[in-house]
Design a protein around this ligand. Sequence first.
Ligand code: URA
Length: 480
Amino acid sequence: MEQMRADRFLTALGYGSRSEAKKIIREGRLLKNGLPVKRPEERIAPETDRVELDGAAVRFEPMEYWVLNKPAGILCATEDRYRETVISYMGLKRRGMVPCGRLDLDTEGLLLVTDDGQLVHRLLAPGRHVDKRYEVSYSGELPPDAAERFDQGIILEDGTRCMPAELEEPGNPAILRIQEGKFHQVKRMFRALGTTVTHLKRLSMGPLYLDSLNLRDGEFRRLTESEVQMLREFTEGKREETGSRKMNTPGAGNGTESCEPELPDINRFRAFLFDFDGTLVDSMWMWGAIDEAYLRRFGITDFSAENLSSKIVGMSLPECAEYFRKEFHIPAEPAEMIRDWEEMTVEKYRREVPLKPGARHFLDVIKGRGEKTAITSSNSPRMIRAAADSLGISEKIDLIITADEVASGKPDPAIYIEAAKRLGVAPEDCLVFEDIPEGILAGKRAGMTVVAVKDDFSAGQEAEKKALAGYMIGSYEELL
Ligand code: URA
């Protein structure tokens, strides 16, 4: 096993979040081979170093995080004498693996299974207000005031009052967002409104979305390292609260005006950092067609465009080229592939790509005030310049920095950290605009405030974007 950073070592073992791990290290409580670890970046060889925390030996047994698109008919339990459980269905042998929350036998959809008890608690404790969204089919008719009644807190048949919930989509199936997990809760809430649930599927939990996880019915897989990190960062940002309150997940509107968060005050910031495609310009529509045309040149037609786009989103062009070479065995050098992509797209950028709503006016206003601006993108500088020149915004941009100038693409924060450094502005004084979850995470991890920008290409991820960034705009005018 490879060496790893000391703070990573601690978080992988469940000793809290990244910032808690850093604190442990700062306090000198972690020893490696008898000596205190001084910096979070210090390397630990998990299999050979002797590690102690607060005087006790620490053995490396990293925790496991799995996601399942649960089919009906499987019991959400660790063991059962008669029935298949999610643990036996997934063939998990490791001790301590538990489903994160209960789905009924006949309920389908997203289920996290892990041995990270602290994370499970953070996701399930009602005081933490983690969203769970369900698709609900039902028989009967919901009353006309159903949305208000969910919002005010449904009273169940036994008199229990639920926390406020949001009827995101009132049709049949409906989509309901709740923040607690009482026994048979969704079914009982619908029953209290005179209907009977006939089919129930969990669509999301906190930042995990079934759609983005690419799991078909009954499929399961381990979360990637960056997905686990995202989950940890999400739960770290959620403090326990007591007492009842309105649903107020940042940006996730519930139809009551008081719950929409304010947008950040742009006067607070000295630099404005824009991702390019989908954020500053409306160009995401053309990439699927380019990938398809490029692969067709090599006779490759048998692939899922949606799957491909979800795999490469956020990658730098060299990372994409490597991915294409490995996945599709393209017999070309990365530099050659990038040149080809540029040839294919540069004309489109010159002629067919418009600015996103309100972007021109916004740039005029912030440049008029003398603030700094940068484009921070995974695209190539040549394409960005071609588009910026033809849109007449080049003189409004102080810096263009692309992912191939830093160690790795988004969600790694490197591109944002480097941009702030080159502009000479502290991360906390930077406002980032991003249209995809990976980019939002990159900005947040760099310690910046992030505003998610709506884009048709990522319309299915809107709730996730809102939850991660905390702010969302459809037009830059909203900030002025
Ligand atoms: N609510 C229910 O009624 N059942 C589930 O499985 C999950 C939420």
